[in-house]
Design a protein around this ligand. Structure first.
Ligand code: SAH
Length: 240
């Protein structure tokens, strides 16, 4: 009798549900795109999150975050969370990427420096909003992978350098904006030097358990700085 109930009732039910089970296990470009739109509405534009810059929201709705993640993490690409990208590093939560980008106030003609390329995702978002992006990553295999991914996906206005971002990239300075996505224990002097007059820098500073995101604005020889958000970024490493 029990076997009959299984065959007659449960087995057809399973067959009926199978396509939707399969679908949720293998996301398609369409399902990723729908999830990305939902991410923008629920995690970025929603009250309480308040990302308002429409160019930033458009870039976040366009750049395929899943393409910058290891295969096993892709299904979580549009969750409200940071995710591992290998080598003990992480890609920031989408809200943090959008928030920092908005704080930079990116303009179409700007040249921006990023410290901490990681997966290349933040650089890709910036590349949709400014003219040129320069990005430095201290873990060489990560720099290589990000460079290849950015090229594969057609983000041709991004240049990647493997090295210690504490020193900045003097050959291409001054920059209109600098975004730092790893946390030093103080604001690196070379980065302040390489910021153009009137430029903005967004940078997390402090130990893991007590970090603040700072916004710096350079006015001549004066630097105005304000702490705007408690955050948690991986520490900035220094070259040996
Ligand atoms: N912006 C990245 C996430 C960055 S995670 C993204 O969108 O995926 C922080 C990155 O900073 C890590 O990859 C880490 O290796 C790198 N990093 C740490 N110290 C650094 C330094 N001194 N110079 C450049 N990169 C550094």
């Amino acid at each position: 009798m029990r076997a009959f109930v299984y065959e007659a009732l449960i087995a057809p039910l399973l067959l009926l549900l199978w396509p939707s089970v399969c679908h949720s296990q293998t996301p398609t470009e369409d399902s990723f795109s729908a999830e990305r739109k939902r991410m923008v509405q629920e995690q970025l534009a929603a009250p309480g999150r308040d990302i308002k810059n429409s160019r930033v929201l458009d870039a976040m709705a366009t750049v395929p975050r899943h393409e910058f993640l290891p295969e096993a993490e892709r299904k979580f690409a549009y969750w409200d969370e940071p995710l591992p990208i290998g080598y003990g590093q992480t890609i920031s939560q989408p809200f943090i990427v959008a928030f920092m980008t908005e704080q930079l106030d990116p303009k179409p003609a700007d040249r921006v420096l990023e410290i901490g390329t990681g997966s290349g995702y933040q650089a890709a978002v910036l590349s949709r909003l400014v003219a040129e992006v320069y990005t430095i990553e201290i873990v060489e295999p990560l720099a290589k992978r990000a460079e290849a991914d950015l090229k594969r996906l057609g983000y041709n206005n991004v240049r990647v350098l493997a090295g210690d971002g504490y020193q900045g990239w003097p050959d291409h300075a001054p920059f209109d904006g600098i975004i730092v996505t790893c946390a030093p224990d103080h604001i690196p002097h070379p980065l302040v030097e390489q910021l153009r007059d009137g430029g903005r820098m967004i940078i997390p500073v402090g130990p893991l358990e007590n970090q603040r995101l700072y916004l710096l604005q350079k006015h001549g020889t004066k630097v105005e700085q304000q702490a705007i958000l408690p955050v948690r970024f991986v520490p900035m490493k220094r070259a040996e």
